[in-house]
Design a protein. Structure first.
Length: 576
């Protein structure tokens, strides 16, 4: 018979201790495994985070606290300027440990924009820090970091990006340091004009909405650029302006530049010719003179005629018309504009007198810099002496120079009911347009709409027509003024227009400086053949985008003026 034998107490105690030790070992092992798993997850998470954010692993960094600029949007919310984070690669020469010659070769292999001599020069600099690359990708930063040189440092800095490249470059401007100021500030355009607002930390996240419509801007840049190349012009400008609010819908100055890459950009390309350059704009001034004559009571009847049979001799100057014999006659008011008569316009100005004409020029803003937020604004070249010759020639745009923006604003005033308003680069809320000031009566403005429409229907502006959009406007071809006088071989060709003339919404101005005639223009360089077609194409491309529906059955009523026009004149190719 088996009998149970009790274990000694010491044996049971030893067994319990072994169990306790095993349990403790299990707990420690589990804790170690958890720590290993946590560390592994941390590493994986870190790698994933770096992969998502583009942050190179283990990169030595340079601590900076830059100002973050606000975004700039077009009127429809499309980004024109943004601030993004970008990697930079720099070097602290005193902290370099390895062979600098070998390191320079390695850097040149990874960043071939410069050769090894360029990198060696920077590695041997006496200063404490210099940049090697300011627009580095995360992959490049990882490759450079893998070289293992502690003297190479990396930083994540805000970078100004213009996602539309050259689009609206002169309106937007650019940022950067100067030779005398190392700070990164707005140096031109909106970036400069709204520096305080763009860098105010309290307004971070509140972008600036411009009046610019990027679609219209792109169309104007495209058409104007095409004409500039085709006619080999020195430069070109274009403006689209809302006549009711003064908003600049498009502002184009050519040649253009890329604000993302300013290196190598010429001074000419940086210049905003819309607001910084002044030109004698020729016959585009004639409607302004005519409006002054009507408004002042100098001209009370559209049927009144002025002698254009022979040139006018004033001192040593002769005012003449480059017209056929059929137009060397007494011209009434519509004919004076349709045939762009210098002689008839000069006679009207002479009768009107200096005070009334200069009062109109002043009211149109020609006596001061253009009214707009941009800092890059040129003052007009205003005659210092108003003799009879000056009075007559300024009436048709010679002897007085203004910016293309001045002209666009004046045409908006001519057609919008007679109200001059300051122009603006900012989007205007509905109903918030400035009141402006009255320059012309409603009746005078209505008459100018008729006359400008007739210039396109019957006169020098025919090639500016855009079917269905009821365009009205005026050509202007002026000899280029220089130190030695006026050039007989170069001119400034301009077409200033508005549409639709039965209810004007927009002014469109295109100007080519020193175009060269080609087969398309039959060798001619006048505005009728160079600038007017640009406006026609821009309106045809953008009219619907701007909310103007083309309608072939609508038009402004000019029936009371049509009988005044002699229809025997031919369509001459040398029209302005």
């Amino acid at each position: 018979m088996n009998m149970l034998v009790a274990r000694p107490i010491s044996a049971r105690r030893s067994t319990d201790q072994r169990h306790a030790l095993v349990a403790v070992a299990h707990v420690r092992l589990m804790m170690l495994m958890l720590l290993i798993i946590a560390g592994f997850l941390l590493v994986i998470g870190r790698i994933a985070l770096l992969g998502l954010l583009g942050t190179p692993a283990g990169a030595a960094t340079l601590t900076i606290n830059p100002v973050v600029r606000g975004d700039i949007l077009d009127r429809n919310g499309q980004p024109l300027a943004r601030t993004i984070e970008a990697w930079t690669i720099g070097v602290r020469p005193p902290e370099l440990l390895g062979d600098r010659q070998a390191l320079a070769g390695q850097l040149a292999a990874l960043m071939p924009a410069h050769d090894s001599a360029w990198y060696l020069d920077r590695l041997n600099m006496k200063g404490k820090f210099t940049y090697l690359e300011k627009h580095a990708s995360p992959a490049l930063v990882n490759q450079v970091h893998a070289l293992g040189e502690p003297g190479i440092v990396f930083a994540r800095e805000p970078e100004r990006l213009y996602p539309q490249s050259t689009l609206a470059a002169h309106a937007l401007g650019y940022i950067g340091p100067t030779a005398t100021d190392p700070r990164i500030l707005g140096r031109a355009g909106i970036e400069r004009a709204f520096e305080a607002r763009l860098t105010d930390p309290r307004l971070r996240g509140q972008p600036i909405s411009l009046s610019i419509d990027s679609r219209v801007q792109a169309a104007m840049e495209s058409e104007l650029g095409r004409a500039m190349v085709s006619f080999k012009a020195k430069d070109a400008t274009g403006v689209v302006l809302d006549v009711r609010t003064g908003e600049v819908i498009a502002m184009v100055s050519l040649p253009v530049y890329n604000p993302n890459k300013l290196s190598g950009t010429s001074i000419d390309a940086l210049r905003n010719n819309v607001t910084q350059s002044v030109y004698e704009l020729g016959s585009t001034f004639k409607p302004i003179t005519m409006a002054a004559a009507i408004e002042s009571g100098t001209v009370t009847s559209m049927a009144r005629r002025f002698d254009a049979t022979v040139p006018i001799k004033v001192g040593r100057f002769t005012i003449h018309d480059d017209r056929g014999d059929e137009q060397k006659r007494w011209l009434n008011i519509p004919e004076t504009l349709i045939y762009s008569s210098n002689i008839a316009t000069a006679r009207i100005a002479e009768e009107m007198g200096k005070d009334k004409l200069t009062a109109m020029f002043t009211a149109m803003g020609f006596g001061e810099r253009p009214s707009i937020e941009l800092r890059e604004r040129a003052g007009p070249i205003w005659p210092t002496y108003w003799g009879n010759t000056t009075l007559m020639t300024t009436a048709f745009g010679h002897g007085i120079a203004v910016t293309p923006l001045h002209l666009a604003n004046a045409y908006a005033t001519l057609v919008n009911g007679g109200i001059w308003r300051p122009t603006t680069m900012l989007k205007v809320a509905p109903g918030a347009a400035p009141a402006g000031r009255r320059v012309l009566s409603e009746a005078t403005s209505a008459r100018m709409r008729q006359l400008l429409r007739m210039v396109v229907l019957l006169g020098t502006g025919k090639k500016g027509e855009a079917p269905g959009y009821r365009v009205g406007g005026k050509t202007g071809t002026a000899e280029v003024a220089g130190a030695g006088g006026y050039s007989k071989k170069a001119n400034v060709s301009t077409f200033a227009a508005a549409f639709p003339m039965d209810s004007p919404r927009y002014v469109v101005v295109a100007m080519l400086n020193s175009p060269v005639g080609n087969a398309e223009s039959f060798g001619l360089t006048t505005a009728a053949w160079t600038a007017a077609p640009v406006v026609s194409r821009v309106i045809a491309r953008t009219g619907s985008l701007l909310g103007v529906t083309p309608d072939m059955k609508r038009d402004i009523d000019v029936s009371d003026l049509t009988p005044l026009v002699w229809h025997g004149a031919g369509d001459r190719k040398n029209a302005e």
